[in-house]
Design a protein around this ligand. Sequence first.
Ligand code: NAD
Length: 359
Amino acid sequence: MNPLLDFSYQALPMRVVMGPRALERLAEEIDRAGLRRVLVLCSPEQQELAETVAGLIGERSAGIHPHARMHVPVESAEAARERATDVDADGCVAVGGGSAIGLGKIVALHHGLPIIAVPTTYAGSEMTPVWGMTENGVKRTGRDPRVLPISVLYDPELTVTLPTAVSVTSGMNAIAHSVEALYAPDASPVIDLMAEEGIRALATALPDVVADGSDLDARARAQYGAWLCGACLGATTMSLHHKLCHTLGGTLDLPHAPTHTVVLPHALAYNQDAAPRAKAALGRALGTTGDPATLLWDLAGRLGAPRSLREIGMAEDDIDRIVDIALGNPYANPRDVTPDGLRQLLRAAWSGEPPAARS
Ligand code: NAD
């Protein structure tokens, strides 16, 4: 029996509208969903864009709440929930990156208000039923179908202002979702196809985005890749890489996308020989027969991304603490995670060495 043909696959119900000036179709999407008064959520830096959005949807806007913050602090979640109640919103439009969409998810979780997402980074939160909230330095996450946006509009023009450095790390963050989907315990042939295509799209688009951030074709290809990679994240269970990044972000407050960018080649080097089908798919996606972990490390370096945890704020002394926390929380992984293996992985990622298969 072909092992590929033994799987469970849960399709997630949502609409995707992708293309130039997709934002102009927002009012139509709101009407289609039967919503009348939507609260527009964004991070403070995206307030101008949120004002444009509110202008486009006219009387369907119940106001703008420009207070989203990374990892959804509980105070920020409470303020957004209160605002949604005060303005009598019947839905939210989340405009921006994972922070704005994450805030919309908490409002959806507590008030049942549907979300329409307009992503402007490549993080992929808009494609998942996963919410997160941070209290006293600890980030809790959970899965709930109510937090999955009902509709997502991908408009490449909205990503043109995303600075090159953020574009690269955000794109590498997306690639990480597909890498782990390829060796997930709940992988399936459909998700494998999406993962491989998503990585291919981003790996070819990001160099063009770096060369010219206003290249709309490159931006559209990157967004297409981000959509596919986000869908892979939403459909599968993540392993060592995501657990490590979650621990590093939650415990040390390291920046989300740069942390993913630095850790990914090392986590992949740890796992890839235990996941030969994933390794072969990555080779095809990256267009070469070379070692996928090294290719991703090379790609990050060529695109000017950080390659060490040291340069993004981690102290060497924290390595043992992170090893202990990560090991205290068991999860599925293609290869056993040992204290020594994890310590070596983190040490290499901390100092910025090239990735190496670790025994
Ligand atoms: P973010 O939303 O904070 O955006 C990163 C930076 O980019 C911010 O400074 C923002 O102002 C800026 N930015 C966004 N769009 C821009 C644009 N078009 N032009 C200029 N600047 C722009 O962060 P993110 O990396 O998108 O998302 C990270 C957050 O999302 C984390 O909290 C992470 O845990 C969460 N996340 C959740 C899921 C999930 O499934 N629940 C998936 C991925 C990420």
